[in-house]
Structure formats: C-alpha cells, structure tokens
Write a protein of this length. Structure first.
Length: 224
C-alpha cells in the first residue's frame, strides 16, 4: 500500500499533504493533552514510550510486502490496532512515525507520496478502524466478547477502506497507467482478503491486553 514517488499527480499529492498536516497538528495537540487516557498512561512520558513501542511493532509487521497487479503492494498495516491501544490520535502519531522513517530512511513509500500514505494508513485505517470498533461494541456491548468482535472488524474493514482510498488516489493520477476501474477493485479486494488476517491479529492482541493489563491501554481505561 506504500505509494512510491512518481505515481501521484501533483494535485492528488498536494491535497493529501494538506489533509495529513491538518491531522498531524490536531492529533499532536490532543494526544499530548492526554485526551482520553486514564490509568497507567496519564503521564506524557509514559504515553510517548507507548507510542514508540507500538510504532516499532507496526514497523516490523509492515516489512512483509506482497506485490499486487494494478496496485502497489499488500501488507499488514496495524492502524486499527494502534488506535485501540493508543486512541485514534495516538494511533495516528505511531503510524505517522513509521511512515516517515520508512520514507526517509528505507525508501519504502515516496517523499512526494508521504502525504497520501499518511492519509491512507494513519488517517483512514486508524480513524475508520476505531469508529468501526465503537459502532460494533455499541451494538454488542462493552464486555470482553463485544470488544473482541469489534477489534476484529476494526482491523479487517479498516485496512480495506485504506486500500480503497489508495486505489482512488493512484487511479486518479494519469501517470500511474491504470484507471479507477482497475485500481479500486484490485486494491480493495486484495486488502479485504488480507484484512481477515489483520482482523484476527488485532482481535488476539486486544484480547490479551484486556485480560492481562486492561488499565494500560486506551480501550481498557474506560474511555472507549
């Protein structure tokens, strides 16, 4: 899902950068103000440490990439999981750090496309995943079972929606060479299938955290 340089049109790239910068400012202010956090992570230094650990885990998970036709690549993202651990603002910051390091140091995702990659994985996956979790748990209840099901759908649908937006971005850029009729179904369908794996991983990590250290994560602190 990492978009390289030379793929996006200047308009698509520019709009994505503006949206990403707005979210960076908003999420930074909210996160460092401690919005939504209780328990062990009311201290700013503890929250920053948790962001760093989460970002490192997401970075490792994203190292596995599978090329797909008519798109870029398919891989685990970890956006919804980051949101459920850190809250949506903290989840954004963790994914932003991952994408920034990947782009500047490892060449995984272009610098001109960084705004779009942030939009797809750090905004759409994180915030949509968290919203899906909230919606499912409001229907099933906030017990452990409801949170497990909610986290599964958050991981599954969150990555698929991020891929859908990615497909729109690259399909709207003439230099990419594939029209929307190709990029959207290919990106969405492949990540919808991969999302099942991400959903299961998200569910099991959330279950473990809720059972063994519920006070240390965002959704376990009573603020979800």
């Amino acid at each position: 899902m990492h978009i390289p340089d030379g793929v996006l049109s200047p308009l698509v790239s520019g709009v994505a950068y503006v949206v990403s910068i707005v979210f960076l400012v908003y999420c930074s202010r909210r996160f460092f103000a401690g919005a939504g956090f209780q328990g062990a992570f009311t201290d700013t230094r503890e929250r920053v440490s948790l962001v760093s650990v989460t970002a490192a885990a997401v970075f490792a998970a994203q190292m596995l990439n599978w090329p797909i036709p008519g798109g870029t690549s398919a891989h685990l993202v970890g956006g919804a999981l980051s949101a459920l651990i850190l809250g949506p603002e903290g989840g954004f910051l963790a994914l932003f750090l991952v994408l920034l390091v990947q782009s500047l140091v490892f060449g995984d995702g272009g610098i001109t496309a960084l705004g779009a990659n942030v939009l797809n994985m750090a905004i759409v996956d994180v915030f949509a995943g968290y919203g899906i979790y909230k919606m499912v748990t409001s229907i099933l209840g906030g017990k452990l079972r409801g949170k497990q099901v909610g986290s599964f759908f958050a991981g599954w649908i969150g990555i698929a929606l991020a891929a859908l937006v990615c497909g729109i971005e690259i399909g709207s850029s003439p230099q990419f060479g594939y029209p929307l009729a190709v990029t959207i179904p290919v990106m969405f369908s492949w990540h919808l299938a991969l999302g099942l794996i991400e959903g299961v991983i998200t569910m099991f990590v959330v279950r473990y955290a809720l059972l063994h250290a519920p006070e240390t994560i965002y959704i376990g602190g009573g603020s979800s």
